[in-house]
Design a protein around this ligand. Structure first.
Ligand code: SAM
Ligand code: FES
Length: 348
């Protein structure tokens, strides 16, 4: 089958065989990409028009007990300058964000045991009480069922947990023995069962990635049916075991944004900061490939540089208002409009 025909098949059936996925992944050319982006934009517009949702990202701790080989805040990076935000500091970020029109706050951090279940519940319920009209998204890694449930009951609405790769061998090559794909997946299923809007995703171009592993990623996403999908290029960090690995590319990341839009038409798909890092217009191009969300940073400027997942991360010196205005302008330039809304999932 021609690549374009496979794309139409994907759009109609929202499912492909593994061999078809591989053919589609390996069939990326300038021409097939342009065909794909056109389909992806049309589908995105059907659900979301020209509206772009914003999420205020609060990176509240860069302590991490894990040691993922790709990540700059891994515990073995002795050069990382560690920080934690207090409840008051987090509330200040929310206040700044609310005034700027954010109606979703994303609390993201390393896996930091300091933020015990009780501390997290306190943070979530304090935000929930003060901002009834806002969504609270968590992105704090793998926890057990009861802990997730406590967060949900305290008022959290959404959870982001990228599966990173759905291929067992590939997973082991990116993570230490203590982490497993099996547990990562279990967490995602638990989160869904509890009632969270769930986000998953993976890096493009991570070391040892193949068309096979990417096909598995797409098949896992067909199975999980997440509400949000975050993908971005792998970007090396100089203080990790992957310091000499090459980065994922803009073109491949955009291609996957397009494919994901065909696979999960109503999904919330961000044009990520990592995409903006590998190309000065990466986020705009992400939107033009089918994304519909941007996630500017609300963390205090004093800690921004310390949340150093990969080299050359953008926006580390800008105040929240600058980022908000910059993105408003960037989206306007490509005919889109950032809206003041919780920005919930509109899919089927
Ligand atoms: N600790 C939480 C977790 O594990 O889900 C959230 C924070 S974690 C740093 C957020 C995401 O950053 C990861 O899921 C990973 O995909 C991404 N990331 C980490 N290192 C990266 C790198 N070098 N290049 C691109 N993305 C990276
Ligand atoms: Fe931060 Fe543009 S989004 S400066």
């Amino acid at each position: 089958m021609q690549i374009e025909e496979l794309m139409i098949k994907l759009e109609n059936q929202k499912w492909l065989e593994k061999a078809e996925w591989i053919q589609l992944i390996e069939g990326r050319t300038e021409q097939t990409s342009q065909f794909l982006f056109e389909r992806a934009r049309e589908i995105r517009n059907r659900y979301y028009g020209n509206e772009i949702y914003v999420r205020g990202l609060i990176e509240f701790t860069n302590y991490c007990k894990n040691d993922c080989f790709y990540c700059g805040i891994r515990k073995s990076n002795q050069d990382a300058i560690r920080y934690r935000l207090s409840l008051e500091e987090i509330m200040e970020c929310c206040a700044t964000g609310y005034a700027l029109g954010f109606r979703t706050f994303v609390l993201q951090g390393g896996e930091d045991p300091y933020y015990s279940k009780n501390r997290m519940v306190e943070i979530i319920s304090t935000i929930r009480k003060q901002y009834e009209d806002c969504a609270i998204t968590l992105s704090i890694g793998e926890k057990d069922y009861d802990e997730y449930k406590a967060y949900y009951q305290a008022g959290a609405d959404r959870y982001l947990l990228r599966h990173e790769t759905a291929d067992e061998t590939h997973y082991q090559s990116l993570h230490p023995q203590s982490l497993s794909l099996e547990n990562r997946k279990k967490c995602l299923w638990d989160l869904k069962e509890i009632g969270f809007q769930v986000g998953t995703g993976f890096m493009i171009g991570s070391p040892n990635q193949t068309s096979q592993s990417l096909a598995r990623d797409m098949m896992f996403i067909s199975e999980l049916k997440p509400h949000m999908i975050g993908i971005g290029p792998f970007i090396s960090h100089h203080k990790t075991p992957f310091s000499d690995e090459i980065n994922g590319t803009l073109e491949e990341t955009l291609y996957f944004i397009g494919l994901l839009r065909l696979l999960r038409p109503g999904c919330l798909i961000p044009a990520t900061t990592a995409l903006g890092t590998i190309d000065p217009r990466g986020r705009e191009k992400g939107i033009q490939a089918g994304a519909n969300v941007v996630m500017p940073n609300l963390s205090p400027v004093s800690v921004r540089k310390k949340y150093d997942l990969y080299d050359n991360k953008i926006c580390t010196g800008d105040e929240a208002a600058e980022c908000r205005n910059c993105l408003t302008q960037r989206m306007q330039n490509i005919g889109h409009q950032i809206v003041i809304s919780r920005g919930d999932y509109k899919g089927e």
